[in-house]
Design a protein around this ligand. Structure first.
Ligand SMILES: [Zn+2]
Length: 238
């Protein structure tokens, strides 16, 4: 199955937190989107790998993505080496996306920056014909995504461009709250974590409002790029 957009996250919930609004919007515009989680988030302070598997499936259903896969890499300890790059390359060649979305280039959680570089390196390597991969016994063709965009997570990274997600924020929050073990709830007895506070949950709304305010819409999500963005004509940005 070919997809238009493939979104990678180091942990289940990274994609939702970073770019759920954009995914919902692209799907509403007729694009096909898939999610690949690198780890099961088994080191998370709250919940467990099994709980997060269920939460990730529920969130995928809310978003309406075509597929969601988990590569089962080691939370906290995966590295950017040949073995891990080949696992990502197999996913890129399987789904042949034009656009790849991946973690923030730098963040509080070390897996985010690591996952960002790992996916970005694999996007390049995936285009090299002499790197052989096979899936289910079938040789894969090389494929390089045209664009790699990094979403923004914990740290306030200055975006290179923003996407208007007005009208998609309620569904975005619904997808995020599918991770019931991770985020704020007045009745949870789980230990506190940096993302379980009420402030963090509210920050999702005020960040998208602030980015929206700056470009004259209600809500927006920001991304950074690896190379200059190009337009055909100055009018394209109107
Ligand atoms: Zn994460």
């Amino acid at each position: 199955m070919k997809l238009d957009i493939l979104a990678f996250g180091a942990h289940p919930d990274d994609v939702e937190l970073g770019c759920a609004g954009t995914i919902l919007k692209e799907i509403s515009l007729g694009k096909t989107v898939g999610i690949v989680d690198l780890t099961r988030g088994e080191l998370g302070t709250r919940g467990s790998a099994e709980i997060r598997d269920q939460e990730a499936n529920a969130a995928a259903e809310i978003l309406g993505v075509s597929v969601r896969e988990n590569l089962g890499m080691r939370d906290g300890f995966f590295v950017n080496d040949e073995k891990h790059q080949l696992e990502i390359i197999k996913m890129i060649r399987k789904y042949k996306p034009e656009i790849v979305l991946c973690n923030a280039i730098d963040d509080r959680h070390i897996d985010h920056g690591k996952g960002s570089k790992l996916v970005s390196d694999a996007c390049f390597l995936s285009g090299l014909m002499k790197i052989a991969t096979a899936l289910d016994g079938k040789e894969q063709e090389s494929w390089r995504p045209k664009l790699v965009y990094h979403y923004i997570q914990w740290k306030d990274i200055k975006p290179d461009f923003v996407v208007d997600i007005t009208g998609f924020t309620d569904k975005k929050i619904e997808a995020i709250l599918a991770y019931g073990s991770q985020f704020y709830s007045a009745t949870s007895k789980e230990p506190e974590s940096p993302i379980s506070s009420k402030n963090f949950l509210e920050s999702l709304n005020y960040r998208s409002r602030d980015l929206g305010r700056l470009v004259g819409v209600e809500h927006a999500e920001g991304f950074t790029v690896e190379r200059y963005l190009a337009v055909n004509s100055l009018g394209d940005l109107l």
